[in-house]
Design a protein around this ligand. Structure first.
Ligand code: SAH
Length: 349
């Protein structure tokens, strides 16, 4: 099934609950037909919160002197990542701020050893790194790379994600390059950025299909007080009828529509969604198109410092408590933890 941009925008503006139930059901049907009932588990390790960028949305931005900075050691990374193996997950995701202190060879070595010892899939989410590093990590065995393009509106992107001196950022080029290197590529956007219109969000969703992404994760924008956007500086809202709200409901609409336009992609129920809907955020996501859960394996002592937005829903719980809780949720939904690495399956259904 395919939706055009106008139809997508109409769905994004839909408020009627019966119509929205239809959208959820449609997404759930497409999910079941295209990727089945398995829910792939990823263990997320936030390996460093150093960052050279000054993104207007993110609490880790370089100008935020309030956040104590950390970079996990190779041994710490290995032991957190090994937890993914012990829970039977297929993938570990290594995420960080754009930290040049994470050196090419150093990380390549960690990836190589981890792959050799566990055989798990490795996903990287380290921002805009140079071509040599990306090639090196791919050769070392990294399987996937996540890089959200955040918004396809160029002016808005530049405003919320200022370029480094003398180096324009083009995340679309980088995504293409990652694909050429043989990475499975993932992207996504922020939902409800000040200045983001319905039309532009509909364009983002069309882009997901056009880029033929293997993974798409999007979540509502949650203001952080130590950022420009969080302080309401320098960015104007659009008229209310044009401005996308940064709500959980809008997050679900984007998730469901993404499933419909990218039937075979792996779609996580993102932490931003479960943060905004602590009640049944995860269940709803899994019933509205999602087939992936990222479980946080960062040591509890470090988690408060990886505060990209406030009140992230995973600050206080040990993985040993989280995992049984998640398993119960899956069981109640008659879904089962995925087996194997859980890469994108092409041409199913
Ligand atoms: N440095 C890496 C990883 C960033 S964290 C990179 O830039 O790719 C992963 C994602 O968190 C970002 O891509 C962004 O979409 C999301 N994020 C950052 N700040 C956020 C906020 N305030 N609210 C919601 N999501 C946010």
């Amino acid at each position: 099934m395919n939706l055009n941009k106008q139809e997508i925008e109409t769905w994004l503006r839909e408020t009627n609950s019966d119509r929205l139930s239809e959208l959820w059901q449609m997404a759930d049907r497409v999910r079941r037909r295209s990727v089945g009932d398995a829910v792939h588990m990823r263990g997320l390790v936030e390996i460093s919160n150093h960052c050279r960028r000054r993104c207007g949305y993110c609490g880790l931005q370089a100008g935020n002197s309030r956040v104590p900075r950390y970079r996990m050691s190779a041994i710490e990374i290995r032991s957190s990542a090994a937890e993914a193996f012990s829970y039977g997950f297929g993938t570990v995701v290594l995420q960080a701020g754009e930290d040049t202190g994470i050196e090419g060879e150093w990380l390549a070595d960690i990836i190589r050893t981890f792959k050799r010892e566990t055989g798990l899939a490795v996903t990287l989410s380290l921002g805009e790194r140079n071509e040599e590093e990306l090639a090196l990590w791919r050769e070392a065995g990294a399987d996937r790379y996540l890089l959200r393009f955040e918004t396809s509106n160029r002016d808005l992107f530049r405003a919320v994600h200022p370029p480094l001196k003398g180096a324009a950022s083009n995340r679309f080029d980088l995504l293409r390059h990652l694909r050429e290197l043989g990475y499975e590529t993932g992207s996504g956007v922020l939902i409800g950025l000040p200045g983001q219109s319905y039309n532009s969000l509909a364009e983002d969703i069309c882009m997901f299909a056009e880029l033929d992404l293997d993974m798409v994760g999007s979540g509502p924008f949650i203001p952080h007080p130590d950022t420009l956007l969080g302080r309401g500086l320098g960015f104007d809202l659009l008229p209310p009828e044009e401005q996308v709200p940064n709500t959980a409901l809008m997050g679900y609409k984007v998730l469901a529509l993404t499933r419909i336009v990218c039937p075979e992609a792996n779609l996580p129920c993102t932490t931003a969604l479960t943060t905004l809907n602590t009640n049944d955020g995860l269940e709803s996501g899994l019933m509205r198109g999602a087939n992936v859960i990222m479980m946080n394996l960062t040591p509890l002592t470090l988690r408060p410092f990886y505060e990209i937005y406030p009140e992230k829903s995973c600050f206080t719980e040990e993985p040993a408590e989280t995992w049984p809780r998640l398993k119960n949720i899956l069981e109640a939904l008659e879904r089962s933890p995925g087996r194997g690495p859980g890469g994108r399956k092409h041409g199913l259904g």
